[in-house]
Write a protein that binds this ligand. Sequence first.
Ligand code: SF4
Length: 371
Amino acid sequence: MDAVNLLGFDLEGLAAFCEQLGEKRFRATQLFRWIHQKGAADFDQMSDLAKSLRDKLRDKAHIRALPVISEHVSTDGTIKWLFDVGNGDAVEAVYIPETDRGTLCVSSQAGCAVGCRFCSTGHQGFSRNLATWEIIAQLWYAEHSLRKRQGTSERVISNIVMMGMGEPLQNYAALVPALKMMLDDHGYGLSRRRVTVSTSGVVPMIERLREDCPVALAVSLHAPNDPLRDQLVPLNKKYPIAELLDACNRYLDKAPRDFITFEYCMLDGVNDTPELAQQLVKLLKNRVACKLNLIPFNPFPASGLKRSSNERVQAFAEVLIKAGLVTTVRKTRGDDIDAACGQLAGEVQDRTRAHIRMVRAPVVVKGASPS
Ligand code: SF4
């Protein structure tokens, strides 16, 4: 048996691994706690495990973090790590501290195949899915390195958003065990309400997530009609808005929160007019229980797009709020360290010519006048 990285096993998987080593399944719980609750990487630290088991583990397994390429700390406390996942690929995780919570934004793929028009990761093209251990390694490293630097043994990360690089629902098989480890009381012990999967709208996988591991759901909407969304989120051609909203409603039957969050990236002159705000009201009101999150676009040179002005974002928000839709405008964080997803990794490698394709295909806007 080749040495395996134990960061890749949820508790069930670790129990099966312990059985293969001729050990009782309950040993897995002790081991799991050492790894995820205490951040141990060295089997010799695990003082309540028999020496014979530690010897076997040393022989057959390891606990290995992803190499850190860089760490950037913003003046607002946001921290962004760039991790090496081999073959010239890198992924990012971002820690966002707030007074009442600490949120970690985690990546699920190296690059992304969806190719959203405004997304730096989409411009880099798709390289590969991350394994479960590579998803969890971002959390494991962030949580335990933050505890060390803050001099605490208490949990630092209280919320996780699968909103970094990649479309998590296109890496479903690796995602679900990672989510289970985040939720497990012997692991990170986060409530389902505090773990959010963000998707561009992979309808069949929304249905599966609802059955397998319902956590909070955020959907990248970005447009109130199919022609515009087709251009901004190409997956819309496969799963148009009406199908997506139906899937969201079905998801709510089992969701830990009683609303879906719709993300809407504000692009100057593209999707930010008062008319489109009215369309959004018409689309969502009394259709799906939801909250709207308006996101100021974090411009990057290859996009050819601009951030909407604050006035325009406010005017857009007001239309929604007046109509009774719960709407927030996301604060920009870590601007000084390029904290929007994919911006650092894009400097490491551009694996495809996707960015050129997209820059050459300008977004055609009907009924929206550029400011
Ligand atoms: S926004 Fe998300 S789904 Fe779209 S290209 Fe970027 S990483 Fe992929």
